[in-house]
Design a protein around this ligand. Structure first.
Ligand code: NAD
Length: 506
């Protein structure tokens, strides 16, 4: 049995002052461990540890802080397989995708290695006689982060390397459904010698997060999760004047134009719609198809979907693992019922899929395809977060774009076409934060911002790139009058003096 522990101020702490809940392997339904359900008091102890560590971490010279980030990069590369296996076990992400997730985080850590360049401020000389202006980017103190179940490594990567690289300390709450990656990752942070208190982990549910809102030591909270959770945290942070970076839910459209390259289209929909059993914020969900290719497309999609094999997520020979929990499976089944009641055509039913013997009690749903879906149906409007695809028809690109802009969420959208007019129009007009052209999962590279718009982003900042640096730092503007210590007239100072020059240069 795996004992998941909190990590506070440099110590692993068992759940002696709080309840635990079972940790389940979704591929088999077996209980494999326990996870603490920490109390608000435990959550605040972690904030205190981070606050105590902050002054000396902030004052650690930047190159020394970067040494730790480089060490994280190396440790993750050396332990990639072990970290990926952890994700394949408790989150039940297919092992190849789990390796891909850790690989992507390694690239994000690479981005964090360029913090010395990204965090540079600005200066303007001579804004008045002998007066210069300077903007510095400074850390704020303690940040807290909350992760969803579906990307345990990626969300660590989005938050922690940038937050601590810029000089803050951190308290992290993984999802209780997939805590194992962070337990292993934290041990690597200990092994590279990260000072105590710089990163702390508290497991539990919303009570852990709610304790942060009126804790004066907390500068800001970041979340990747569903939109209702993002809004709830925005309210708590807003009431207490904390910074908040909150990425919410998604309902992604893919538009297949009449000239879409069909093989590429089908291959990308299979990866995007069924990868991670459809539990990805950039998974395709609504497929809008032009009438000229609709029937051929549906036939090809059903043919490819039927070939998909299901089984244990740690088995590289199968294609798709389970969904995260029994509750998630039941929710997805209820959406299949809703689609049927709304009059959509269930062209492929993934309930009761064929499974290996060892996985009979796992939480599996096979590929599911609805055709004849219209934009106002609930299955086209609400986030299902499972391997369920809806096929809609549109007569032209304008109708497809209207369906996208009428939707309340705006995470990602893709177009498949060879026509540059359609391409440019889509990039310009699609009302979403991340756009793909002939790619099924339009995840931006770590040097560029990642995040949606509309209901998919609550607040302003996105993760990755300069957006993330801006979130984890605050701008301070200094106005500096140069005074020559050897002159009685401070307004006629000579800036050729060496000591004055070194003062201006910092
Ligand atoms: P969730 O919103 O249920 O939970 C996310 C985290 O918030 C968990 O750690 C949970 O314990 C905590 N939480 C739940 N309710 C809370 C509350 N009221 N106050 C404070 N904390 C609370 O999401 P989930 O089911 O774990 O993850 C799936 C969701 O995450 C989907 O909606 C998906 O689209 C979204 N997601 C978005 C992105 C993105 O980039 N936009 C990426 C991954 C996942």
């Amino acid at each position: 049995m795996i004992e998941i522990k909190n990590f506070i101020g440099g110590d692993w702490i068992s759940a002696k002052d709080c309840e635990t809940e079972p940790l389940v392997n979704p591929s088999t339904g077996e209980v494999i461990g326990t996870v603490p359900q920490s109390t608000p008091a435990i959550s605040n102890q972690a904030v205190k540890a981070a606050a105590d560590a902050y002054p000396s971490w902030r004052d650690t010279p930047l190159p020394k802080r970067m040494d730790y980030i480089f060490k994280i990069y190396n440790a993750m590369k050396e332990n990639l397989e072990d970290l990926a296996q952890a994700i394949a076990l408790d989150q039940a992400k297919h092992i190849s995708e789990a390796r891909g997730e850790v690989g992507r985080v390694i690239e994000i850590v690479q981005m964090a290695c360029s913090i010395p360049a990204l965090m540079q401020g600005e200066t303007i000389q001579g804004i008045a006689n002998n007066i210069n202006g300077r903007v510095i980017k400074a850390p704020l103190g303690v940040f807290c982060g909350v992760a969803p179940f579906n990307f345990p490594a990626l969300v660590f990567g989005w938050f922690i390397p940038v937050a601590i690289g810029t000089g803050n300390t951190f308290v992290y709450k993984p999802s209780t459904e997939s805590p194992l990656f962070m337990q292993k990752m934290m041990q690597l942070l200990v092994d590279i010698g990260l000072p105590n208190g710089v990163v702390n982990i508290v497991h539990g549910d919303r009570e852990v997060v709610e304790a942060w809102y009126n804790n004066e030591d907390v500068a800001g909270v970041c979340l990747v999760g569903s939109t209702p959770t993002a809004k709830s945290i925005a309210e708590g942070c807003g009431r207490h004047g904390k910074k908040a970076m909150l990425l919410g839910g998604a309902k992604n459209f893919l538009v297949a134009m009449e000239d879409a390259p069909m093989d590429l289209l089908i291959e990308n929909i299979i990866m995007s719609g069924y990868g991670s059993a459809g539990q990805r914020c950039l998974a395709v969900s609504n497929i809008v198809v032009m009438p000229e290719i609709h029937d051929e497309f549906v036939e090809r999609l059903l043919e490819a979907s039927k070939d998909i094999t299901l089984g244990d997520a740690t088995n590289p020979d199968i294609f798709m693992g389970p969904v995260i929990s029994l509750k998630a499976k039941e929710r997805i089944h209820s959406y299949i019922d809703i689609g049927l009641k709304e009059g959509a055509n269930l062209a492929l039913d993934g309930r009761n899929p064929k499974l290996p013997k060892a996985n009979q009690d796992g939480y599996f749903i096979g590929p599911t395809v609805f055709t004849g879906v219209t934009p106002c149906m609930r299955i086209a409007q609400e986030e299902i977060f499972g391997p369920v695809l809806s096929v809609l028809k549109a007569g032209c690109i304008d109708t497809a774009l209207k369906m996208i802009s009428d939707h309340g969420l705006g995470n990602g959208a893709c177009i498949f076409t060879q026509n540059s007019y359609y391409t440019e129009k889509f990039i310009n007009d699609a009302d979403v934060g991340m756009i793909g052209v002939n790619v099924g999962i339009c995840a931006p590279h770590p040097y560029l911002p990642f995040g949606g718009i509309k209901g998919s982003l609550v607040g302003n900042n996105k993760v990755q790139g300069k957006d993330a640096i801006d979130f984890f730092t605050q701008n301070k503007t200094a106005t500096i009058r140069i005074v020559n210590p050897t002159s009685s007239d401070s307004t006629t100072v000579e800036v050729t003096d060496d000591s004055v020059r070194s003062c201006v240069a910092g």
